[in-house]
Design a binder for this molecule. Sequence first.
Ligand SMILES: *[C@@H]1O[C@H](CO)[C@@H](O)[C@H](O)[C@H]1NC(C)=O
Ligand SMILES: *[C@@H]1O[C@H](CO)[C@@H](O)[C@H](O)[C@H]1NC(C)=O
Length: 496
Amino acid sequence: MKEKFMRSQSNAAAIVTPPSQNKALLSKLLLWLLLFFSTTYVIYTLKLLSTPHTATVSCAKHILISTTTTTKTEEINRAGQTKLEHIVFGIGSSAKLWGKRKEYIKLWWDPQKKMRGIVWLDKKVKTHKNEKGKLPLLKISSDTSHFAYKNKQGHRSAIRISRIVSETLRLGEMENVRWFVMGDDDTVFVTDNLVRVLNKYDHNQYYYIGSLSESHLQNIYFSYGMGYGGGGFAISYPLAKALEKMQDGCIQRYPSLYGSDDRMQACMAELGVPLTKQLGFHQYDVYGNLYGLLAAHPVTPFLSLHHLDVVEPIFPNVTRIQALQRLQIPMQLDSASLMQQSICYDKTKKWSISVSWGFTVQIFRGIMSPREIEMPSRTFLNWYRRADYTAYAFNTRPVMRNPCQKPFVFYFSKAEMESDTNYTVSEYIRHGVPHPACRWKMADPDEVDRIEVYKKPDPHLWDRSPRRNCCRVANSKTKSLVIDVGICGEGEISEV
Ligand SMILES: *[C@@H]1O[C@H](CO)[C@@H](O)[C@H](O)[C@H]1NC(C)=O
Ligand SMILES: *[C@@H]1O[C@H](CO)[C@@H](O)[C@H](O)[C@H]1NC(C)=O
């Protein structure tokens, strides 16, 4: 580093000429310039006088046409919508876990949607005939044993996985690629939302887009400026090209780092590109039940889910895979609205209601303000098991102690599009756990066992400024509650 700096300095010194020589040179140059301008002036005037007018007009026209055509192609390049086919996924995996993890990839990978991507493995794996076309290409990463790895807790596969973007680029066939999206083999992406988000950024510029960990301690140990790899992050094509040129050298400079994503961030820092933080990529560095987080998702597109092997299945009494398969139903009907919260009140019964579209509905006895309901309840545990809620990088609320305040939980069961109205009808069924006795003299939500939510699909939800949807209780017959979810009307708010 130091040597380089000194060399460039001495180069600069060589160009500088003595001041006296400088002056003479300058006056000579000025004279030449004057001569040049006066001759061009004379020639140009003569030419203008001698040529007929039409010529200049056609000349001007020609320029106009050529400029409009260039701006048009530029416009198409810039404004042309980013689609799934412009994204190349890079999935880090290993032969050891492939058998199990591939099931997660099958959930979101859809070759019919022209997806492009590669799963990078350390060793060859068995491939099955019936999986043909259901998974991305499988490739074996190149040897990285010559790279130093000096972290005692981590595993040197981090180097291999960190190089996925560079290795993918070196394969060629990068026609029309705008973005690289990295993820783990235990990550499920909501690709429609990913496309919506990436469309907001200019892929011709350098972008490194991702999200942090839920754990404040993870963010302290790693970085608050790092895109967590499991939640997934995106790198624009020109940035990937710049990265590819320097990554191998860069990785050698950080042998003591832990993972692949911190190695990536170290190289981004050398390139001077900060993380563009995009909520919705979910690293989910937590244990236990994601319910609280998913029931109060921030007002942002739901992009990914990670650590699926670590947390409980998102729906009760089914396997992890079955639970995620169920989530595909709302995802296909109205992906933009998936997990979007709306808050309303049944004024006659004095209940507070929270809908997380496509996932759950909760009824609380009494009135809870939106600012409380939009805070995730702590149904999950910290990644550092001894740490408590003070170690999260966001606000949470405790699970209610008072038996009357225990929410009545309804889980998404099925949904369909009503062909005569073009509304989605989604059904949420009461989770059959017995509720503790409550002495509050008010309507008991225990009588409700099913909730129906009507909602018009809203593919342009994220083209507008972020705002929670509104919900309204349309009908609260004893056993079945009907709720309407949609864009808030003029002056409509979630009023306590
Ligand atoms: C869980 O599933 C099993 C079998 O599908 C069923 O018999 C049981 O009643 C379910 N339990 C709950 C609490 O829903
Ligand atoms: C529903 O959508 C279809 C297809 O887009 C359209 O032809 C039809 O008119 C719509 N119906 C209503 C009631 O809006």
